[in-house]
Structure formats: C-alpha cells, structure tokens
Design a protein around this ligand. Structure first.
Ligand code: ATP
Length: 262
C-alpha cells in the first residue's frame, strides 16, 4: 500500500521543553493508525504540526508525496488532511447544517462578489455545499438534525457534527483527537462503528485515543509516544504487551523502585 503520509525526524521545542523529538512515521492508504501515549507525551502537538498549526523545528512531512511544511492550516485542509480537536469547537448558536458547511470554507470557487450579487454560479455552489453537507450528515447518523442548534445536541452528537465538518470536504486523511473523550459506554460503541464506516468510505485515519480496548479493536497499527519520542510502532496487541509501553504508562518498574507492579 502507498504511504499517504510520511513524516521524518519531526522535532518541536517550546523553549527548553522538547514536546516532540525526532518522530518518524508512515501512514498507509486505507489504514487506521492509533497514536497513544501518556498525558503530555506530545500527541496533540504532533497533530498540530501535521495540520500546520505549529511549525516543526526539524524534520519533514510529505502528504501524498508532496512536502507540506510551511503551509497554512487551510491549505493543508485543501490538500486533503482534516482534523477534529480534543475540545469540541462548534458554533453552538448556529444550526448543525451551518456548522458542517464551515468545513467547505476555502473549497468553493465563486468569489465573495458573486455571492453578494447573487450570481447563478454562487447559488449553484451553495446548493452543492448544502447537498454535500447533508450527505455527510447522513454518513455520521445525523440526518434530520440539520436545522437543530448545534449547542442543543447531546455531547456524543456534537462530536459527530465536528467529524461531519472535517469530512465534508472529502479528506484523504482524517485526524481524530480523542473522539471518545467524555463519552459514555453506548456513545463509545457508536463512535467505534462510525470510525469503521468512515474507513469503509475510503478515508485513512489517525486516531489519538486513551481507550486502549477501542484502539486494539479498531486500529491496524499503533504508534506510541512517550516524552515526545516514538517508543513503539506495530501490531496493537503486541504493542500493548510490550514492556517499554507498559512502563511508559505505569511508571517505573519494581527493579527501579522496589514496588511490585500490579
Ligand atoms: N503551545 C505550547 N507551549 C508550550 N508548551 C506546550 C505547548 N503545547 C504543548 N506543550 C507542552 O508539550 C508537551 C506535550 O503536550 P501535548 O498536549 O502534545 O501532549 P498529549 O500527548 O497530547 O497529552 P494529553 O494526552 O494530555 O492530551 C506537554 O508538556 C505540554 O505542556
């Protein structure tokens, strides 16, 4: 399988703190890659670098064979890499439909003046954006909710709106930052099914997730960050049993601390 994303030697420093240190990673077409690690390991910083919010101090990023460093976030989204955030970021007073349409910002061809003057091309485009938004709402299971106020939806459904917004432009690679954070068991179960549906529609995914059970069930491969470094990359079940990964999660081993590890 071809690599959709190829990251080599990415480092990001904040003053004296190295949040991401020499990380290399490949993501193949059609796979779900889990990105895990303890709190503060550098996972979100890594997403922020991929999507252009932060510039790395070192390293290179190739997306579909083209370098994307230095591009602004909206340009990277135009290239086909979109994301959701750990904290839900919706226009809570706007309708679900309007929130999803925001995901097409920068993708439309008609200029501001055609829209203001009500020209036919702008109207056609508006219709296409609405149709695309409704299709993606169907995919995430929210058809029928399009006129609801986004802020009035349940937590789980607000996350679905965020995902719909990230999907409406038809990305090749979707980055999900803790999509099940704060969800109950039923919502987690539904999110797993949605992620499978998204992959089934041909989108490659990287998933930051603390729910290890879900990672094992869903991901084809898992990469582990600890203190900014990639300490493992491979089959989810093998990774979860790796001593280095167990130690990263539960701290020092009994040989160092004299405390039996449960
Ligand atoms: N803008 C910033 N300025 C300074 N330090 C930052 C900044 N962003 C992140 N950091 C630091 O970089 C380190 C990695 O943070 P990051 O949020 O990437 O970790 P994480 O693995 O996503 O953690 P969590 O699982 O808790 O979300 C942390 O020590 C954090 O405090």
């Amino acid at each position: 399988m071809a690599a959709v994303l190829k990251v080599e030697g990415i480092t990001k420093r904040f003053g004296g703190l190295t949040a991401v240190s020499g990380v290399s990673l490949e993501v193949k077409q059609g796979e779900i890659l889990g990105l895990i690690g303890p709190n503060g390991a550098g996972k979100t910083t890594f997403f922020n670098i991929l999507t252009g919010l932060y510039q790395p101090n070192e390293g290179s990023i190739m997306f579909e064979g083209r370098p994307i460093q230095g591009m602004k976030p909206f340009r990277i989204a135009q290239q086909g890499m979109t994301r959701t955030f750990q904290n839900i970021r919706l226009l809570k007073d706007e309708s679900v439909l309007e929130n999803v349409k925001v995901g097409m910002f920068g993708r439309t061809r008609s200029g501001l003046w055609s829209a203001i003057l009500g020209l036919g091309s702008a109207k056609r485009e508006e219709h296409e954006v609405t149709e695309a938004s409704l299709r993606v709402l169907e995919l995430v299971g929210l058809r029928g909710f399009e006129q609801e106020q986004a802020g009035s939806l349940s937590y789980g459904n607000q996350r679905r709106v965020e995902i719909a917004r990230a999907l409406v432009s038809g990305p090749k690679l979707l980055l999900l930052d803790e999509p099940t954070a704060g969800m109950n068991g039923q919502e987690v179960h539904e999110m797993e099914a949605l992620i499978r549906t998204i992959r089934g529609s041909g989108t490659t995914l990287i998933l930051i997730e603390h729910n290890v059970g879900m990672v094992c069930k869903l991901c084809d491969r898992v990469a582990v960050l600890d203190h900014g470094e990639k300490i493992a990359d491979g089959d989810p079940h093998e990774i979860m049993n790796s001593p280095a990964v167990i130690e990263a999660y539960i701290g020092k081993t009994e040989s160092e601390e004299g405390i039996p590890v449960a």
